[in-house]
Design a protein around this ligand. Sequence first.
Ligand SMILES: Nc1ncnc2c1ncn2[C@@H]1O[C@H](COP(=O)(O)OP(=O)(O)OP(=O)(O)O)[C@@H](O)[C@H]1O
Length: 308
Amino acid sequence: MAPIITINNLSKTYASGFTALRHVQLDIEPGEILALLGPNGAGKTTLISIICGIVNASAGSVKVAGHDIRDDYRDARSLIGLVPQELATDSFESVWATVNFSRGLFGKAPNPAYLEKLLHQLSLWDKRDSRIMALSGGMKRRVMIAKALSHEPRILFLDEPTAGVDVELRRDMWDMVRDLRQDGVTIILTTHYIEEAEEMADRIGVINRGELVLVDDKVSLMQKLGTKELRLQLQAPLQHLPQALEPYRLELSDDGLELTYRFDAQHENTGIADLLRSLSQQGVDFKDLHSKQSSLEEIFVDLVRRKA
Ligand SMILES: Nc1ncnc2c1ncn2[C@@H]1O[C@H](COP(=O)(O)OP(=O)(O)OP(=O)(O)O)[C@@H](O)[C@H]1O
């Protein structure tokens, strides 16, 4: 299937002279959930803002369903819903009027039934006649989502959607993301909550210092980059590691009761058999052992540190 978004050699240097994006190359597939991870200031919002036509690129191009975002802005933008990081909703208007107006901005015919469903989904129906300025922060954020979805976009950008929101809204948000995905909506989100990306995304892109360091299928990313850990609970505490065990670079816990061995899960010879043999030769007995795959968070921190 043709990509729904094609980003070609995209760079951005702000007027200040600061280069926020460098040669970003990325195809986004229809219907996928792509999570963009990166430390503060990495360029995630800049990338989203360019795709949504809020910021101009310095070089390169972006096409949305074949429409160039510069030459064919209206067609490209009408396919996109954006939930920005900042709340910009201190308005005197009611929730209903705001969301209805937002739909009209994209040239869509009124559809009260759709908007009603949307407001119910976001638990905003009871607040439909309230002025936005009188709503709580969490409710305002729900309004931002309703606005972004008011014109039934095929692509939804969520820029740090769950930063500072309560558990209930976070859960509602992810339920909604799952429903949208069922309907074939493509979702691009940035998040600092890596476990969220781990749970929700099909693909993960990592941005660091303006460069797209890596994009990969979540599962294969975790397999490829993830080291595994083997933890052994010892029968009796060890004061220090016997010299014969040094080649295994084991980590001994402070209480001397746990040994951790890290190995490359991709490598055919993990070294575990040798390790277990050496332990028995050294008279180190263990009562339990378990292994653990490194989390996306560990992979991410490692990647960003390596490139720093
Ligand atoms: N209008 C601007 N003028 C100059 N520099 C800017 C401008 N907007 C953003 N920047 C800089 O570009 C870099 C990338 O910012 P951006 O907001 O894209 O990062 P981010 O990855 O979204 O960060 P965060 O996770 O903190 O939201 C930052 O160093 C930021 O200070």
